[in-house]
Design a binder for this molecule. Sequence first.
Ligand code: GLU
Length: 505
Amino acid sequence: MTQRKVRVRFAPSPTGALHIGGVRTALYNYLFARQNGGDMILRIEDTDSQRFVPGAEDYIIEALTWLGIKFDEGVSFGGNYGPYRQSERREIYKKYVDQLLNDGHAYIAFDTPAELEEKRKEIANFQYDASTRSQMRNSLTLSPEEVQSLIESGHQYVVRAKIEPNEDIHVNDLIRGEVVINSSILDDKVLYKSADQLPTYHLANIVDDHLMEVTHVIRGEEWLPSAPLHVLLYRFFGWEDTMPSFAHLSLLLKPEGNGKLSKRDGDRLGFPVFPLEWHDPKTGDVSSGYRESGYFPEAVVNFLALLGWNPGNDQEVMSMDDLIRLFDLSRCSKSGAKFDYEKGRWFNHHYLLEKSNTEIADLFLPIVESHGIQTTHAYVEKVVGMMKGRVNFVSELWDLCSFFFIAPTEYDEKTRKKRWKEDSAVQLGEFIEQLRAREPFDVEGTENECKAWIESKGYHLGNIMNAARLALVGEGKGPGIFDITEALGKEESIRRIQRAIEILK
Ligand code: GLU
C-alpha cells in the first residue's frame, strides 16, 4: 500500500458547549497532524436533529481558534472534500445506504417504537440482532411486495446493519493494541432513518472518513464500543485497504479519580470544564470558561496535553511547537487521567511569569481603570513587575496591588496593634526627613542610606519598616518597603506616612 498523506478529523456533534475532554481530543489530533505534515479537518456531525443546539458550532470554532488549534479544512475553513457539515451531505449518503441494502449487509425494519417497547417487555435484555430479527417486522421477514407497499404507503422505517454472529472482530488501536470483540454481542445498529432522511452517526461517520480520506481516527474512549461496527462497515463497503488507524483516548477522570469528569465536579471544586463561557440557549444557564476565568491559551494547551500523555521524561512546560515535536500517540495512557485542576493554575502562573510586564500591564490596566483610576501604562508595568510572581491570574492582581493606586485611609486594626509602637510616630517623622533628603529616589540607594541612618540612631530596623508598611499600604502586606516608596515616588510616600502619623499617633 502506498503511503497516504496523514489526514485527521475532529468531528464534534453540535449538541452544546465543547467539553474540555473534547478539546483535548482536538488538540491531540492537531499535534498528530502537524507532526506528520498532515491535514486537520473540522467535520460537524449534525445528523441527530433532536440534539442539535444552535450556537454550538460557532462555539467550537471560537474555542479552538482561541487555543491555537488550527484546521486546514472543514466547516468555515473550506477545502476540496466538502460540504463538511453532515446535514448538507444527505444526497451523498443515500447511495451508500442502497449499496449495503443491495449487498445484503443491511435490511429495512418497520418496527414502531411501541412494537420495540413491547418486545423489550417480553424479552429480558432484548437486543435487535441475529437471534431476534426473525421475530420482527423487517425486510428479512416480510415479502418484497409487502416491503414495497409499506414504503409506498408512507410507513417510516429504519435501515439496520445485518451483523452475523459468532465472529471475532479485530480493532487495531494505536493506544490499546489489538482489541477483539465477538460480533454476537453487537446489535443490528440503525444506520439510516427514513423520518429525517438522514443516516445515523455510524454510517455518516464511516462514509465521510472514507470520502475525506481520513487516515487516523483519534477520538474519545466512549467511541471504542462503536469501533467493531465501524470495522465491519469498512469491510461491507470493500474499503479495508484504506481503513483508518484507530486511537481511542482514555477518559478524563474526576480530580479524585473515581469516575468521569463532569460539569458538576467543576461547579463543586471551582474550575471550568468548558474552554469558553457557555450560555445555554435552552435553560439560560451560564457556565464558566477557561478564557473568561483568566487562563492563557498556552497554559490550557500545556495542561491538557499532559492529561493522558507525557513525553517520557519529567518535562512539563511545553509550547505548542514543543508538543508538536514531542507528541507520540503510543505514549498516550490506556487508563484515565485524573483532572488535576490545581496543575492548570500552576501552568497559568508559569505562563504569566513568562509574559513581559508590558503584556501583563495591557491586561491589568483596564481592570485598574474599571476602579475609577487614571494612571499610566508605565506605572502599571512597574507595579505588575513587582507583583506578578504572587498570582496565578491577572484578575488576582487588583486585591494585592490596589494600594499602589489608592492611598490607605484606614489602617488594619490587627496590624496596627501589632506594628504601631509608642515611638513609631516620632521615628517615622524622622524617617520622612531621610526620604526627603534622598536623591536620587532609587530602590537600592535609598534603602542603604535609610538603613545606615536607622543603625546610626540605634533604632530597631524591623519596627520602623513595619510601621512604614502600615502607613504606606494600610496593612501588613506588599513587596519591599523601598520598592513601594520608589514606585509611589517621594511626594506620595511622604504624604502617606504623614497621614498615618496624624491618624495613628
Ligand atoms: N460525532 C462524534 C462526537 O461527537 C464523533 C466521534 C468520532 O470521532 O468518530 O464525538
